[in-house]
Design a protein around this ligand. Structure first.
Ligand code: MOS
Length: 734
């Protein structure tokens, strides 16, 4: 089904199942520990061997020699895979560094060997016996030092590194009120619960990988390319995923090494990346240095706006697109954005939840707070004053829907924003109390997505698509979509996901999954409805699918009657046309945060968080709320805790485990609420929905930072905001 004109009324609009707050259909499996995650796949329990990965102990240089003798002689060892014996290996389109390094080393903890043994313990202990001599080379590990070497990167996925409209420099120089500030964000880790893990089995020249992966079709391609085999020889199965956040968008070392290990050992082999190995072996969100300049009239109208961002990556990598939102968020006639990329020999930088916008808003939305203060304006009012209903870089392109102002107004009212005091002026016992606000923005992306639907004689509808559920609720919203389309309750739907033998979906990335994958299921169900009506001798145009029945005029059948003589199968793909070029599709929100800062110790405690989101039709308010509060929690981590500490001498992340890399826990987040504004966007798909999974993190950290400023009067421009950065600036205790 082509989607190139806005949707009109369709069966989804009945909203009998879609749009209802619905429990996760796979929830009981997960909460009882019976959902088989990749490492728990049981088919080979009797024959499987275990692989343990050896990582490079240098960041840049060469392996001079590897002594495997002791490891080979250790109990239970079956085989050892290294670049020297693995045969010719390619590199996937989506991987920057090689997944099996050697002799050249590209980053610290790059995988250099897999030791395969009968048991996990034997593999791990033998791996410790691998002796490696290295020739270390000098690397670049410090973004601050590498800034001067940063260059203009090539355009990535159509995103230009630089944009310019009008004459920013002149407009900024002429502006009566000016702000020019720099902000820094550190390297972040995805720190998802389930580590990267895979089980590989070869059947002749055909490989099956049970793995934990967000994008099945991309990864089939990269496995095939890396191993030099046909895509038709690779099957990926990834039904349950314990979080990804972008860290599992691309195939990683566990999958490739499990495949190589299974070949070498002639056995099924399972490999999990140990937690302390993941932080340097897998990608991370790159650190940024950002400069924001705002020029405004005395009345608070922005006349000039610019955002520049510097980040680093391995050779061949890309920038963190931290200026992305500034191209679209606020009005201002003269404007420019710029990204520069330095070569750093740290582990690979790549996508992490709202790549670009998440760190970009950490700078822009603090700059907006600072500018509002300079202007003597309320920060909510300042944002409302600078709203734009068109793409400010291309004014002939309107937004399809843009309710940012309503998000801000609704949030201000519900949160009690009017009670906010002057910086450092509000106390609650020993606590300095402050409130902060920030806008949330993330583009809505759509990706072609296919599905197959089967109708059985008993009226059960089975959906098959390679879409993944990374904890987002894909199983549930896909089930809701099929139930709505076929006019049956949700318990008549079976959803099967995450298998490359199913039709290729949008996958889980860029918050495009929910709208795109359900639209693909919609398209397949339209075909199934036609087939069912025809089988029953009804005109498909007149047939109404409701209450488990198919009716037309006076005739009525049970849905299953259409498959009495055998299963009915339909398959289709939603193909997105050029609607998103003509009008800008984006999602909006406003985050409100209240913090308390201990007036003596500087300890920061979040007290309340509220998000108001406008993101198209909300397919399942319960699952969507969970996505947003998860994003808010991650944003709180970015504001206050998360930072990969770089060893600038040797080029690795020092705090490479969950003891040293701190993320929020329940006690850090006492109260969260989410409000979704009514919105239906017929431009996005027949579902009229948009993404929310990344919108939830966007702007949160800035709202926390602004609340800390409002509490203390101390402005910190380098994340995370830890007490050492402002304790000397706390107000005197009276
Ligand atoms: Mo997302 S960072 O595209 O999983």
């Amino acid at each position: 089904m082509k989607f190139d004109t806005p949707a009109t009324t369709n069966p989804i609009d009945r909203l009998k199942v879609v749009g209802k707050p619905t429990d996760r259909v796979e929830g009981p499996l997960k909460t009882t520990g019976t959902a088989p995650y990749a490492y728990e796949h049981r088919d080979f329990a009797a024959t499987q061997a275990y692989g343990h990965v050896v990582g490079s102990a240098i960041a840049k240089g060469k392996i001079a020699s590897m002594d495997l003798d002791a490891a080979h002689a250790a109990p239970g060892v079956l085989a050892i895979v290294t670049a020297a014996n693995a045969g010719k290996l390619g590199k996937g389109d989506f991987n920057t560094a090689k997944l099996l390094g050697g002799p050249e080393i590209q980053h610290y903890h790059q995988a250099i060997a897999l030791v395969i043994a009968e048991t996990f313990e034997q593999a791990r202990s033998a791996a410790a016996l691998v002796r490696v001599e290295y020739t270390r080379e000098k690397g670049a590990f410090d973004l601050a030092v590498a800034l001067d070497t940063a260059v203009k990167p090539p355009a990535m996925f159509g995103t230009e590194p630089d944009t310019s409209v009008g004459d920013f420099a002149a407009a900024f120089a002429a502006a009566p009120v000016q702000l020019d500030q720099r902000y820094t964000t550190p390297d972040h880790a995805h720190a998802m619960m389930e580590p990267h893990a895979s089980i590989a089995n070869w059947d002749g020249d055909e490989l099956t990988l049970w793995t934990s992966n967000q994008m099945i079709a991309w990864s089939v391609g990269d496995v095939a390319k890396t191993l030099g085999i046909g895509k038709d020889k690779v099957r990926l199965v990834s039904p349950y995923i314990g979080g990804g956040f972008g860290g599992k968008l691309f195939v990683r070392a566990d999958a490739i090494l499990a495949a190589l290990g299974a070949k070498a050992a002639r056995r099924p082999v399972k490999v999990a990346l140990a937690r302390p190995f993941m932080f340097n072996n897998t990608p991370h969100r790159p650190a940024t240095v950002q400069r924001v300049r705002l020029g405004a009239t005395k009345e608070g109208k922005i006349t000039a706006i610019s955002h520049e961002s510097w980040s680093g990556d391995l050779p061949g990598g890309g920038p963190e697109t931290a200026v992305a939102q500034t191209r679209l968020l606020y009005a201002g006639a003269d404007r420019m954005t710029m990204m520069r990329l330095a070569v750093l020999d740290l582990p690979e930088g790549n996508a992490m939840r709202a790549p670009g916008e998440a760190p970009g808003l950490m700078a822009l939305e603090v700059a907006m707070d600072e500018m509002a203060e300079k202007l003597g304006l309320d920060p909510v009012q300042f944002r409302i004053l600078n709203d734009t209903q068109v793409d400010p870089e291309a004014p002939s392109r309107p937004f399809t829907q843009r309710q940012l102002n309503k998000c801000l107004e609704t949030g201000a009212e519900k949160f009690g924003w009017a009670k906010r005091g002057k910086p450092g002026a509000t106390r609650d016992g020993k606590w300095l109390v402050g409130m902060g606000v920030a806008a949330a923005f993330r583009n809505n992306l759509n990706a072609n997505s296919a599905a197959r639907v089967r109708l059985s004689g008993s009226g059960v509808v089975t959906v098959e698509t390679d879409m993944t559920d990374i904890g987002t609720g894909s199983y549930t919203i896909i089930g809701q979509t099929a139930a709505e389309m076929m006019g049956v309750p949700l318990d008549r739907i079976v959803v099967k996901l995450g298998d490359s033998s199913f039709p290729v979906s949008a996958g889980s990335g860029g918050q495009w999954g929910a709208n795109s994958s359900t639209a693909g299921v919609y398209a397949a169900c339209v075909k199934l409805r036609e087939a069912a009506a025809q089988k029953l001798g009804l005109d498909p145009i007149d047939a109404v699918f409701a209450d488990g029945k198919v009716k037309a005029g006076r005739r009525s059948f049970a849905l299953g009657d259409a498959a009495k003589d055998g299963e009915l199968v339909a398959e289709d793909m939603i193909e997105f046309g050029k609607l998103a070029e003509k009008e800008q599709q984006s999602t909006f929100g406003a985050h409100f945060v209240e913090v308390g800062v201990d007036s003596m110790t500087g300890e920061i405690r979040i007290r309340r968080m509220l998000a108001v989101c406008a993101a198209g039709r909300i397919l399942n308010p319960k699952a969507a709320r969970s996505q947003v509060i998860g994003g808010m929690t991650m944003g709180a981590g970015a504001a206050l805790m998360e930072e990969l500490a770089v060893d600038k001498r040797f080029g690795f992340f020092v705090n490479h485990d969950l003891a040293g890399y701190e993320v929020p826990v329940h006690a850090d987040i006492p109260y969260q609420e989410v409000i979704f504004l009514d919105e239906v966007d017929p431009n996005t798909s027949p579902m009229k929905a948009k993404g929310v999974g990344e919108l939830g993190i966007c702007g949160v950290a800035a709202a926390v930072a602004n609340a800390v400023y409002n509490a203390t009067g101390a402005r910190v421009r380098s994340y995370p905001i830890t007490l050492d950065k402002f304790i000397d600036k706390l107000p005197e205790i009276a």
